[in-house]
Write a protein that binds this ligand. Structure first.
Ligand code: AMP
Ligand code: MG
Length: 331
């Protein structure tokens, strides 16, 4: 007879526990934006309560600002600026070493399509100017990187430019790295679901609740329109496009992704989106593939099992890697 009330109490306790666990499940969703690295960064996160999400998001924003300063060539005290000034090898911190090694790897794999030594070329084109213009061909030729495949040599924790006339610029990879570190901050704060979009550099933590995140890919010519959507969780997706920073001159579009061999804007693509494990990798790969163009670029992406991509060529035709075909929804 005693067993029955005990079972009843146990059952009641179980129900109580179950409803309590339901209530303690993530319930709040917060979205915040901030201007970092010259782009609007949006963080969305799901968590147990608004206050703890807000704190995690503001920590993530500060981390991105720290990383921006670490890799900026405009910050005199950054180690990248130190390498750009030094005539001997510079001892670098682990974060810088990591990014330079990844950049070097992708630079070599892409045959120099991704190139970290375009600092002077970027300055010469000066897309930040109020009225940017096409530089003289002779000026462009003077700032082409001397070493075709790579800009730096790394030995242990020491970094040196291969050619002392080369100025490093990490604009094609640093933003992605900063998003990765911000995702780390959100994960370490105990959040299981978040997305960070830094002007087309997107990092994802988990899914969006039970579902994957649904990521829109911008149409490169119809602004504000989506070309496609992709469903992803725990992944990075980065888009490099000729519509991000550009000016028109006599009907020709000049944009900020350069072919390191000619010093001119790369002509093969309108946009390239790359899915990878980390945002840093996807960032550098998107830039590399944009320069390689649709044919070489697609072959380059297909070589890696971990990486997928969508390319819009100069005529607006699309191509995707075989692994992405089933994941993409066209608009
Ligand atoms: P993204 O928007 O990631 O494609 O990067 C473009 C930025 O990377 C430019 O604003 C430059 O700072 C830099 N960049 C331009 N062309 C290249 C290139 N071929 N390889 C590496 N970085 C580049
Ligand atoms: Mg990039």
């Amino acid at each position: 007879m005693l067993k029955r009330p005990l079972a009843l109490i146990a059952a009641l306790l179980l129900i109580l526990l179950f409803s309590w666990s339901l209530r303690s499940k993530p319930s709040a969703e917060v979205a915040r934006t901030a201007l970092i690295m010259g782009t609007l960064v949006e963080i969305k996160a799901v968590g147990p309560d608004e206050k703890s999400i807000e704190t995690a998001i503001s920590d993530a924003f500060s981390t991105m600002r720290t990383e921006e300063a670490r890799f900026s060539t405009r910050v005199e005290t950054s180690q990248i600026s130190a390498i750009n000034r030094a005539s001997t090898a510079v001892e670098v911190e682990p974060q810088v070493l990591f990014v330079l090694q990844l950049g070097q790897e992708i630079s070599r794999e892409s045959g120099g399509a991704f190139h970290m030594g375009l600092g002077d070329l970027v300055k010469l084109w000066n897309f930040e100017a109020v009225t940017p213009r096409v530089p003289a061909l002779s000026d462009i030729q003077q700032v082409l990187p001397a070493s075709a495949e790579d800009a730096i040599s790394i030995s242990g924790t020491q970094v040196e430019r291969i050619d002392p006339r080369t100025q490093l610029d990490l604009g094609g990879i640093a933003k992605g790295y900063a998003v990765d570190r911000a995702i780390d901050v959100l994960r370490n704060a105990g959040l299981e679901s978040a997305s960070i979009n830094a002007g087309g550099d997107i990092g994802l933590l988990g899914g969006h609740g039970e579902r994957p995140w649904k990521i829109g890919i911008q149409h490169p010519r119809n602004l504000g329109e989506l070309l496609a959507t992709v469903e992803l969780r725990d992944r990075a997706i980065v888009t490099s496009g000729d519509y991000e920073r550009f000016f028109m001159d006599q009907g020709v579009r000049y944009h900020h992704i350069f072919d390191p061999q000619t010093g001119m804007p790369a002509r093969g693509c309108q946009s390239v989106s790359v899915v990878a494990r980390t945002v840093a990798e996807a960032d550098a790969l998107a830039t590399a593939v944009f320069v390689l163009g649709p044919v070489k670029g697609l072959a380059f992406l297909e070589k890696s099992l971990e990486v997928e991509g969508l390319i819009v060529d100069a005529a607006g035709q699309t191509a995707t890697t075989s692994g992405l075909k089933d994941q993409i929804q066209w608009r």
